[in-house]
Design a protein around this ligand. Sequence first.
Ligand SMILES: Cc1cc2nc3c(=O)[nH]c(=O)nc-3n(C[C@H](O)[C@H](O)[C@H](O)COP(=O)(O)OP(=O)(O)OC[C@H]3O[C@@H](n4cnc5c(N)ncnc54)[C@H](O)[C@@H]3O)c2cc1C
Length: 164
Amino acid sequence: MRLLLLILFLSLLVIFPSFLYLNYSVIQTPVEPPLSRLEIDNGPVVMPHLKNSTIKAELGQSSWKLLHTMMARFPEHPTQDEKEALRSFIYLFSRLYPCGECATEFQAILAKHPPQVSSRETASQWACAVHNIVNKRLQKEIFDCGKITEKYKCGCDDEKIHKS
Ligand SMILES: Cc1cc2nc3c(=O)[nH]c(=O)nc-3n(C[C@H](O)[C@H](O)[C@H](O)COP(=O)(O)OP(=O)(O)OC[C@H]3O[C@@H](n4cnc5c(N)ncnc54)[C@H](O)[C@@H]3O)c2cc1C
């Protein structure tokens, strides 16, 4: 009986500290710090290659339409927050553009030609210029950026922007 109690006591001596240690190491497991907005904006391309050239072209036409129209409706005198929102959008767009190889090329363009977000005019001209860089690489016609406001209408003459 004494021997049994001794064995029980000794095994408790071993089990109890190891249980404490396990709990401690779970608590101590380092939690990864959250990424900063800058790290998220400047991360690598997320999407895989897009092989289908028809889908690639359709996606390109729609995306350029979205980008140029966004610039045409961007405030003439944006606040700091609005400027940062557009800059962030463009960098995230370059990460998440659904054609991976296009996104990689676009990130290289952004590295040389960072988004210009100080006004509607500068943003529109910047988008036109980067589109022309892509056009040149794909051996497409170069667009006259002097005609950008004719082509992409703001459409906001008689509207108020609703801000909550
Ligand atoms: C960010 C991005 C990167 C891309 N990268 C690639 C790539 O690496 N490889 C690839 O195969 N495809 C890529 N594409 C798609 C490609 O740019 C075209 O959209 C696609 O080839 C279809 O071309 P498109 O001739 O119909 O005219 P698009 O280039 O799609 O242009 C649509 C219309 O916009 C007008 N336009 C043309 N140039 C300008 C300009 N500079 N400013 C304003 N308006 C203009 C014209 O009226 C034109 O018809 C990319 C698209 C985007 C948005």
